[in-house]
Design a protein around this ligand. Structure first.
Ligand SMILES: Cc1cc2nc3c(=O)[nH]c(=O)nc-3n(C[C@H](O)[C@H](O)[C@H](O)COP(=O)(O)OP(=O)(O)OC[C@H]3O[C@@H](n4cnc5c(N)ncnc54)[C@H](O)[C@@H]3O)c2cc1C
Length: 588
């Protein structure tokens, strides 16, 4: 079985030739000296770690799975040591705040590391992924005292984070949650309740585990307004900051699940566990959204990582596997990569993985600008773009990630279905990314409902105008990409017409947005990725290197073979909600 190859050449091309990384990043105070070459060098090292340390643990970890021994989680053989090596090499703090001991590298570099982690070992990647989200929520909403106590060790990765929202009766609808928090009188609270599905809720790495728990204060109103956020660690701290006695929380059991077997998904019991309020009482969901938005982007990148890894494996297999005769019948058996239907699957994987990576980098750059640009209006604009694209990245990348995992498995025929080649694990692991962190249906409603109406609808209009400007100027400066640009402009026109019609329909039809949302999100994503393919095709138009030749060819495939899906999506949305809604529930 071939190993995953980190795509550092592609990354260099994207950072330098497509996004002008050096100039964009240099405009951000603190990053004046940072270059794409340095970022690529860091990512080469990260890629080596992922390939040499994490990927070899992926299949054994899946087969052994996390277990409970004497009430505590035991991770599969080698995971604990790999985590230690990850921390010792400094990877957890890559983009962490310098004030808390992080290295302060931009988000762009972070998401590319996240892709490599997810491509080589999705279960492992969740430990640092959740820790970073928890760090962000604490950094934005907790008191200075809590920040000083908890953040340095979390940024270093010595202590990890967990996100405790879900309960048996409260999933999407967190307003239903019933975990309680009683004030002790000394500024702390005692938390009581049971949470389910808590990723990284416990492990055997040593160090602390910082749970961010949603719970209700005694006098809290019903619904989401009555929810507060608490920081509750596995170990309480001694006066000198060292680990003290166990807090009153325990793992009830581990969920038995379809994939990510090496990742402990815990039922957590909080039995009067000590915790501290993060942010204001009753504003817990708001504080938690900082973590959830970070995780949504991270989960989208998981989808990208799986798409990339599965595509690489499928290409390697298709070059070697001999079946059937050449198209002219003269040769055979030939490598299956010669068959048009196999090429369709491989081209789709390559087009989606490369397109998603480009859109992820563009969005991460907006995050860096939103966090650090000296001009307030520029920061606000970038922040708006990130808000708009967050559900797109979460849902579209994970849907594409799963689709590409299945297509890549298909390239292996029956050998993709049996365990030996690892393809069925990609399919099982990818599946959860469409479900957790807010299901993809809920993401689609966030986009088609809430996000489209941001700034009275002006924000999406500015995004569409940006895409149009970029694509039109590409067509003007690079006639060779004219065909690709024309397809993207046609998709954009469909997206704009659909947006206006959907907003109008939602005024009179309560089901308009819900029935169209998933199709709408895909229409949006395919168009945005088309925009990225135009940018890549322009940057590669010289066609001199193998990489440039590949980019130009895949851009053409994307525009001719994937982008036309936008026609069907626009037509389905235009049909309205009636046929979806009319059948009575008992007649299904
Ligand atoms: C492996 C795993 C790891 C997880 N990790 C964590 C974690 O670390 N922390 C944590 O807190 N949670 C975690 N979760 C929970 C996860 O985020 C939830 O399962 C998910 O958000 C959906 O909630 P639910 O399962 O209760 O489904 P439900 O909310 O019951 O949804 C069922 C279906 O109804 C749809 N639906 C629900 N409400 C609406 C609506 N208003 N409009 C339209 N459609 C709707 C959903 O899209 C879905 O298709 C994890 C889950 C799993 C399986």
């Amino acid at each position: 079985m071939s190993s995953y190859m980190p795509l550092t050449d592609d990354i260099g091309f994207l950072l330098k030739n497509v996004f002008g990384f050096d100039a964009q990043i240099a405009a951000l105070p603190g990053h004046e000296e940072l270059t794409a070459d340095f970022a690529v060098a860091v990512l080469e090292e990260a890629g080596r770690f992922c390939r040499e340390v994490l990927e070899p643990l992926n299949r054994p970890g899946d087969e052994e799975g996390a277990r409970i021994v004497d009430g505590a989680v035991v991770t599969p053989k080698g995971v604990k040591e790999a985590y230690r090596a990850f921390v010792e090499a400094g990877w957890p703090g890559l983009s962490g705040d310098v004030a808390f001991g992080g290295q302060g590298l931009p988000r762009v570099v972070q998401i590319l590391l996240d892709e490599m982690l997810s491509a080589t070992n999705m279960s492992f990647g969740l430990f640092p992924g959740l820790t970073r989200g928890a760090v962000e929520a604490i950094a934005h909403h907790a008191s200075d005292e809590l920040k000083a106590i908890w953040l340095p060790k979390m940024v270093a990765g010595e202590w990890t984070g967990a996100m405790a929202l879900t309960e048996a009766s409260a999933g999407t609808d967190l307003g239903l949650l019933s975990t309680r928090a009683e004030p002790v009188g000394d500024g702390s609270y005692r938390i009581t309740g049971t949470k389910i599905f808590i990723s990284s809720g416990d492990h055997d790495f040593g160090g602390n585990i910082v749970h961010l728990v949603l719970a209700r204060l005694p006098d809290a109103p019903k619904g989401v307004k009555g929810i507060s956020l608490f920081l509750a660690p596995k170990f309480l701290l001694n006066g000198d900051g060292s680990l003290g006695e166990r807090n009153a929380m325990s793992v009830g059991s581990l969920e038995h699940k379809m994939g990510i077997h090496a990742q402990p998904t815990c039922v957590m019991n909080y039995d009067g566990a000590i915790g501290w309020l993060v942010g204001e009482p009753g504003r817990g969901l708001n504080a938690m959204f900082t973590m959830m938005n970070a995780e949504r982007l991270f989960v989208g990148i998981q989808g990208l990582g799986i798409a990339e890894a599965a595509t690489q494996k499928a290409v390697a297999y298709a070059r070697e596997r001999l079946q059937g005769r050449s198209l002219d019948g003269a040769r055979g058996p030939v490598p299956i990569i010669e068959h048009a239907d196999v090429r369709r699957m491989l081209m789709t994987g390559r087009a989606l993985a490369d397109g998603c990576r480009a859109l992820a980098i563009w969005t991460a750059l907006q995050m860096d600008i939103a966090a650090g640009h000296p001009d307030a209006a520029t920061r606000a604009e970038a922040d708006g773009m990130v808000a708009l694209l967050t559900p797109v990245i979460k849902a579209a990348f994970t849907d594409f990630g799963f689709d590409v995992a299945v297509l890549s498995q298909q390239v292996f025929g029956g050998h993709g279905y049996i365990r030996e080649w690892g393809m069925e694990q990609y399919v099982r692991d990818a599946r959860i990314t469409q479900i957790y962190e807010g299901t993809n249906g809920v993401q689609a409603m966030d986009l088609a409902g809430r996000k489209l109406s941001l700034e009275g609808g002006a924000l999406p209009k500015r995004f569409f105008a940006l895409v149009r400007r970029d694509v039109e100027s590409a067509a003007a400066t690079a006639p060779s990409v004219k065909d690709v640009s024309a397809e993207v402009l046609a998709a954009l026109a469909r997206l704009e017409t659909t947006t206006t019609a959907l907003q109008a329909a939602s005024q009179s039809d309560a089901a308009a947005v819900g029935s169209a949302a998933t199709d709408y999100l895909k229409l949006f994503a395919l168009t945005a990725i088309g925009w990225m393919w135009v940018r890549m095709a322009v940057a590669a138009r010289a066609g001199e290197t193998p990489l440039e030749q590949r980019k130009v060819t895949v851009a053409k495939f994307y525009s001719e073979r994937l982008l036309p899906q936008t026609q069907g999506l626009a037509a389905a949305i235009a049909a309205g909600s009636n046929s979806t809604m009319v059948l009575p529930a008992d007649l299904f």
